[in-house]
Design a protein around this ligand. Structure first.
Ligand code: NAD
Ligand code: UDP
Length: 328
């Protein structure tokens, strides 16, 4: 395998995390094949990369077999927000499971390394806190989140079996809540919801009493970790937790977003969705020791950058929004 200028396939490359990863890989001098079916992603996320001759955008659904040449594969294709993945739940499971099988078949054909974007959701509503990789989790197999949780758990099984059966160089990243520019403004995730609401002067919708916790990682830190994991020795496949251990309640997050936006918005309380995990924080000891990685960007700085992005997005979209309103 070439050390520099590798050919790298990113499935789900037109999504939030994928678009940042494509950008970083191009900057490192690689050739990037960005594959997406645009279910939740958008060509706009990678429009600025299209003029680079080392970048190629392919419309494809990973539930169907793939035929391309690659040295490395990052498998990110899958809707990630609960609102999106619950909209067509059977397609979500299909994407995780058939997608993993297709990506692993391709990796074997090309003798490529392959990284799976797994999730902290494999721990379900965890009874161990913070969550280490050895914890097997507490997931409801028949609840509304199962299409995602169980799909991702099955994908991890397929990746580990492929390593054991065929010796494929697989890497499993268990990603904890990650945020930043290019999140879909209407995907229902808490960071995008709160920022959009605060900037519009609307009430921030805290689900439940807001005492549930999450730990938020800024996208640039996560992309660093992805690349370190892909470059890690063959013997190391994970799973490895990737996330920022800085934990906060959703009520604290809402107050912080209001303050950072300089907004006069109120907070309102809405029903808690079912199976919503109560606490979540990664134990990142393994990533620290093996990948020599830890996040650098704290919540205040990351939120600031994300707020700037959404502000620009709203400014740019203003004429479009006004136009479509007048057209109604
Ligand atoms: P996203 O929805 O922005 O990106 C997912 C991308 O996959 C989109 O571009 C979408 O169009 C594409 N896609 C979906 N189904 C597809 C299919 N069948 N074939 C081809 N493309 C398909 O979400 P994201 O936040 O960028 O998440 C990327 C990956 O990281 C996902 O696998 C997600 O499960 C995982 N992850 C993300 C987070 C997070 O906090 N952002 C946390 C845990 C895991
Ligand atoms: N949440 C909230 N208000 C919102 C959206 C989400 O209080 O407008 C809560 C949600 O109930 C969950 C947390 O924020 O407890 C994180 O939700 P998100 O959908 O971002 O991610 P996930 O639940 O997958 O971690």
């Amino acid at each position: 395998m070439k050390e520099s200028g590798r050919r790298i396939l990113v499935t789900g490359g037109a999504g939030f995390l994928g678009s940042h990863l494509c950008e970083r890989l191009l900057a490192q001098g690689h050739e990037v094949l960005c594959l997406d079916n645009f279910f939740t992603g958008n060509k706009r996320n990678v429009a600025h990369l299209l003029s680079d001759p080392r970048f190629e955008l392919i419309r494809h659904d990973i539930t169907l077999p793939l035929r391309v040449e690659a040295d490395e594969i990052y498998n990110l294709a899958c809707p990630a927000s609960p609102v999106h993945y619950q909209r067509t739940p059977m397609q979500t499971t299909r994407t995780s499971v058939l997608g993993a099988l297709n990506v692993l078949d391709l990796a074997r054909q090309c003798n490529a390394k392959v990284l799976q974007a797994s999730t902290s959701e494999v721990y379900g509503d965890p009874q161990v806190h913070p969550q280490p990789e050895q914890y097997w989790g507490h997931a409801n197999p028949v609840g509304v989140r199962a299409c995602y949780d169980e799909g991702k758990r099955c994908a991890e099984t397929l990746f580990m079996d492929c390593r054991r059966q065929y010796g494929t160089d697989v890497k499993i990243a268990r990603i904890f809540n990650t945020y930043g520019p290019r999140m879909h403004p209407e995907d229902g995730r808490v960071v995008s919801n709160f920022i959009m609401q605060a900037l519009a002067g609307q009430p921030l919708t805290v689900y439940g009493d807001g005492a549930q916790t999450r730990s938020f990682c800024y996208v640039d830190d996560l992309v660093d970790a992805f690349i370190r994991l892909m470059d890690s020795p063959r013997e190391f496949g994970g799973p490895v937790n990737l996330g920022n251990p800085e934990e906060s309640t959703m009520l604290e997050l809402a107050q912080r977003v209001i303050a950072l936006c300089g907004s006069a918005s109120d907070i309102v309380f809405r029903p808690l969705p079912s199976d919503d995990p109560v606490r979540r924080r990664p134990d990142i000891s393994l990533a620290r020791s093996v990948l020599k990685w830890e996040p650098r960007i704290g919540l205040a700085e990351g939120l600031g950058r994300t707020i700037d992005y959404f502000r620009r997005l709203l400014d740019d979209e203003q004429p479009v929004r006004e136009h479509s309103l007048h057209g109604q």
